[in-house]
Design a protein around this ligand. Structure first.
Ligand code: ADP
Length: 267
């Protein structure tokens, strides 16, 4: 019974009752019991420290957004005034860096909100075809820039799912923009859906460079850009981490399959 309890302790589970006694086994059982109480207290401390960190991050990110929006707003006004010349290029850099920073702050804020349990979702029945149309319009400029064709499958027509519209759009936009960014010039992106019993599987497939099997396990780790850090594609390494957490919050999940040189598929 002591062995079983020692194993439960290692798994972080509560201990089974053990008859008290003053012999060696009894003393050992008492020590195990004390250790288990100590561990429980430490775990509670760690949870509350993590909660405090998430709340701090969430508040700080919120405070950073307000002045940054002012910077971006005035830079946009300057951009209108300065059509050309060196100052126009400088303003362009301010805007590009500011927008990158705003994206980063928003993603950190999302992660902190999810971790501290403050992410509020409005889950409602949602038709997929109109959402896909909206996505197509949002992604068009980026797709054009990379000479990528985005195909939305007929499979989405007539399908609906329960989701928070804004957040599902964010997840899909993340997946589709990755599929465009990490593609090859002239490549393709396909968005499809399939009903699987009570659930709907949405798939974003690309004809890009793919992801090496050894890197696949790190895909959803915050700030991990795999081997894209040295490449020309801009990013924060937060998009997939946030997307997966959002999918989990809505009762779903995200899985990735990839073949190096062939492309990737996110479901
Ligand atoms: P990022 O801001 O870097 O795009 P993500 O969290 O969206 O961050 O993605 C993490 C990393 O996963 C990317 O930096 C890239 O290396 C890789 N990745 C994501 N999507 C794809 C894809 N469709 N094809 C190839 N690599 C991808």
């Amino acid at each position: 019974r002591l062995t079983v309890n020692a194993e439960r302790l290692a798994q972080g589970e509560s201990l089974a009752p053990f008859p008290a006694g003053r012999d060696e086994l009894g003393l050992l059982a008492e020590r195990l019991q004390n250790t288990s109480l100590l561990l429980a207290a430490r775990a509670a401390e760690a949870r509350s420290a993590s909660q405090a960190k998430s709340q701090f991050l969430s508040r700080t990110s919120h405070e950073l957004r307000t002045p940054l929006n002012a910077i971006l707003g005035f830079a946009e006004l300057l951009e209108l005034d300065l059509q050309q010349g060196p100052h126009a290029a400088h303003v362009g850099h301010i805007l590009a860096a500011g927008r990158h920073l705003l994206g980063l702050i928003d993603e950190v804020l999302d992660i902190a909100r999810i971790e501290s349990g403050e992410m509020k979702l409005e889950v409602a029945p949602l038709a997929l075809a109109p959402l896909a149309q909206e996505l197509r319009e949002l992604i068009e400029p980026l797709a054009k820039q990379h000479s990528i064709t985005v195909h939305v499958g007929d499979s989405l027509n007539g399908l609906a799912m329960l989701a928070d519209r804004r957040r599902l759009r964010q997840v899909l936009l993340n997946l589709v923009s990755n599929a465009v960014k990490y593609n090859r010039a002239g490549g393709e992106v396909h968005l499809d859906a399939e009903r699987q019993g009570e659930r709907v599987a949405l798939t974003v497939r690309d004809t890009g460079m793919g992801i090496a099997p050894a890197l696949l396990a790190r895909l959803f780790t915050p700030f991990d850009r795999l081997d894209a850090e040295q490449g020309p594609v801009q990013g924060t390494g937060l998009g997939l981490a946030v997307s997966r957490q959002l999918a989990l919050c809505m009762g779903g999940d995200i899985e990735a399959h990839s073949e190096l040189g062939q492309g990737s598929r996110f479901t």
